[in-house]
Design a binder for this molecule. Structure first.
Ligand SMILES: Cc1cc2nc3c(=O)[nH]c(=O)nc-3n(C[C@H](O)[C@H](O)[C@H](O)COP(=O)(O)OP(=O)(O)OC[C@H]3O[C@@H](n4cnc5c(N)ncnc54)[C@H](O)[C@@H]3O)c2cc1C
Length: 623
């Protein structure tokens, strides 16, 4: 490879054409003066039916044509279970294989994120709510349903962020002002009886606010958006929304099916910082080296980004030595601080005439009819997502004053007994505040219209809804590290799920609350009297935390939200990137993807990844 060839020299090299990488490529390539190269191990599968059709997403997971197929080491807190961690290996990355739900974080979450940066708070790189809120609208276009559906599903009013006057008509105009990005966000087209029942139940509980879900203040919920283009009945992901339209630009180059091995640095440092000069990748059996003039941006995801850094000599000195890699920068935070959202809740049998997703799973004829309906006009259950019914609840919502005090004392005592490093202490203090603040959610509770925990591989008879509590801010932390100098070997991944006692305690308390929700007339009217509850033996109205822990260890599942392995925090707290996404100790290497999220947001994280990529693009463009 002739490195002097102008064809192999780029101003910016983006590693990973996933969720964040595709968005960044689109935004940065709007400047025709920048010659940009995007590298991804996966292929362009934008036209593939399994990717396009929302209801076929189950065919993507565990399939090497789309999925990296990561898995954890046996997890001691989950009875030694090995947890599958799918990650997208295609254009659009994990946004092209995920479950579409679009959920937004809270104002104080972002304010807390910003506090982890210490004094590194530049005006243009602010990560508090005021510094980021506009980006939560920019990546998407809202496709609002009819008035009738909005009423039935109690969908909040999205308003324009910058209209200024709270009362103006424009403010109420469903967010047309700012929401004009490539991702299409839609709601159920044909509301299901259980989705309506959910929205009613949330209202009966008194916490459907009908407020704008993107305004940072919402506690409560009802029906959330999915990243689905309802006009086409197709998944809307970063590969199709951002990367594909940008391929027309002559300054954007995309190389698919190539595995990045490492970044290489100049022998001379600049002001004591490493200067990236080339990126090496393999294409089949050939090694290729490309030169970079300005920036290398790693967007390889929560497992991929720390791996690229470690293979390039940036990470924990001892780990790199053990893998046979020369350490160029000892940066202890690389690959640490791994966290994920875990969920659990009962599957309960509903009346036999309520058609849930169990019916096509069991009955081939029904599945064929649904397929034909889709083929005839991209409509029907295959055109919609599987989870729209959400709520964000705080334990404080259900507690008496005495119970609140008891919870506060328990949290304080447990945290006193848990010794931690400085960075984690700062995070724990934030999580403690979230738990004790009645205005913050401690769990996302959501409903799917199908059974889980089926004892055999075939769906059990009967139709079900499953109500799950997902702990918003877990305390347990793990790591993802290389064990070899070969880029072909997967990292060793350990989450230490439920290792922290408060995770078991808080998730169990939310599961108890699900039992209360199921007694509300709006939901209980749909439950079959004496119907089944899964997992087998689980008490539908569990009353005690001690009754639930064992079920969590055996049945809790991931929501597939791993984050945090290249955390944006001050270096003193164990951070890996600064407020401008730059890796500490380097002059021109940045990370921009879920790995930089220092603490998980209250709910699903896709919107945060898009928002941080939008913000990253503005930072890089000097805006
Ligand atoms: C099954 C599943 C369901 C989910 N459901 C939801 C949901 O409903 N709502 C929600 O909010 N979130 C959901 N998520 C999470 C969300 O999709 C991810 O957090 C987000 O997409 C991550 O984006 P990213 O840019 O960090 O990484 P990714 O989108 O995974 O992108 C990383 C890219 O880097 C490439 N890459 C990695 N290493 C290399 C290398 N060495 N060389 C070349 N290329 C490389 C990969 O191929 C990939 O394209 C889900 C995730 C999964 C997997």
């Amino acid at each position: 490879m002739n490195l002097n060839s102008p064809h192999d020299t780029f101003d910016v090299i983006i590693i990973g054409a996933g969720t964040a990488g595709s968005l960044l490529a689109a935004r940065l390539s709007s400047n025709p003066l920048l010659r940009i190269l995007v590298l991804d191990a996966g292929q362009n599968r934008n036209g593939d039916a399994n990717v396009r059709v929302p209801g076929l997403s189950r065919h993507l997971l565990g399939n090497p044509s789309y999925d990296w197929q990561f898995q954890t080491a046996p997890e001691p807190g989950l009875n030694g279970r090995v947890i599958q961690q799918p990650r997208g290996k295609l254009w659009g990355g994990s946004s092209a294989i995920n479950s579409h739900a679009l959920v937004y974080p809270s104002r104080s979450y972002h304010d807390a994120w910003s506090s982890l940066l210490g004094n590194d708070r530049k005006e243009k790189a602010r990560w508090d709510w005021d510094g980021v809120r506009v980006y939560y609208r920019r990546f998407q276009t809202l496709q609002m349903p009819s008035e009738d559906i909005r009423r039935q599903l109690k969908i909040g009013i999205f308003r324009s962020e910058d209209a200024g006057n709270e009362d103006s008509e424009q403010e109420q105009d469903l967010g047309k002002e700012d929401c004009h990005g490539g991702i299409q966000a839609s709601f159920p087209v044909t509301p299901h009886v259980l989705q309506k029942a959910w929205a009613d139940a949330i209202q009966d509980l008194g916490y459907n606010t009908l407020k704008d879900p993107i305004d940072g203040d919402v506690l409560g919920g009802s029906t959330t958006a999915n990243a689905i283009d309802s006009a086409k009945g197709e998944r809307s992901h970063a590969g199709v929304a951002f990367l594909e339209p940008s391929t027309k630009r002559e300054n954007l180059f995309i190389r698919s099916g190539v595995l990045v091995e490492k970044i290489q640095f100049d022998e001379n440092e600049q002001d004591g910082k490493l200067v990236a000069t080339t990126v090496r990748y393999s294409e089949g059996h050939e090694d290729v080296t490309v030169r970079v003039r300005q920036e290398v941006i790693i967007c390889a995801g929560t497992f991929g980004s720390p791996k690229v850094l470690e293979l390039s000599g940036i990470g924990q000195r001892e780990r790199l030595a053990a893998a046979g890699i020369r350490c160029l920068r000892d940066l202890p935070g690389v690959g640490e601080n791994l966290q994920d959202h875990l969920n659990f809740g009962p599957s309960v049998e509903v009346h036999g005439d309520i058609e849930t997703m169990d019916v096509p799973a069991r009955d081939r004829g029904v599945a064929e009819a649904i397929k034909r309906l889709y083929e005839a006009g991209n409509k029907g259950p295959l055109a919609e997502g599987s989870a729209y019914s959400f709520s964000y609840s705080s334990l404080q919502m259900f507690n008496s004053q005495d119970e609140e005090q008891e919870l506060a004392a328990l949290v304080d005592k447990t945290l006193q007994d848990t010794s931690t490093a400085k960075g984690l202490r700062a995070q724990y203090e934030i999580i403690r505040r979230m738990i004790l603040d009645p205005g913050e959610a401690t769990a996302t509770v959501f409903m799917t219209r199908k059974q889980r925990y089926t004892p055999s591989s075939k769906p059990a008879p009967g139709n079900y809804m499953t109500v799950l509590a997902m702990l918003s801010y877990p305390f347990s932390r793990g790591s993802s590290h290389i064990t070899s100098a070969s880029s072909r070997i997967s990292p060793e991944i350990k989450f230490n799920y439920l290792q922290h006692p408060l995770d078991v305690e808080l998730l169990s308390r939310h599961v108890i609350h699900i039992g209360h929700m199921l007694t509300l007339p709006s939901l209980s009217a749909h439950l079959k009297p004496d119907g089944n509850t899964f997992p087998d033996g689980f008490p539908r109205q569990a009353k005690e935390v001690r009754d639930i822990g064992g079920y969590l260890r055996q049945f809790a599942a991931t929501n597939y939200h791993p984050a945090g392995t290249c955390a944006m925090m001050s270096e003193e707290l164990g951070g890996v990137v600064d407020a401008c996404l730059k890796v500490y100790g380097t002059a021109n290497v940045r990370v921009c993807d879920a790995s930089v999220i220092p603490i998980l947001p209250r709910g699903n994280i896709l919107s945060t990844v898009y928002a941080l990529a939008e913000k990253g693009a503005d930072i890089l463009k000097g805006l």
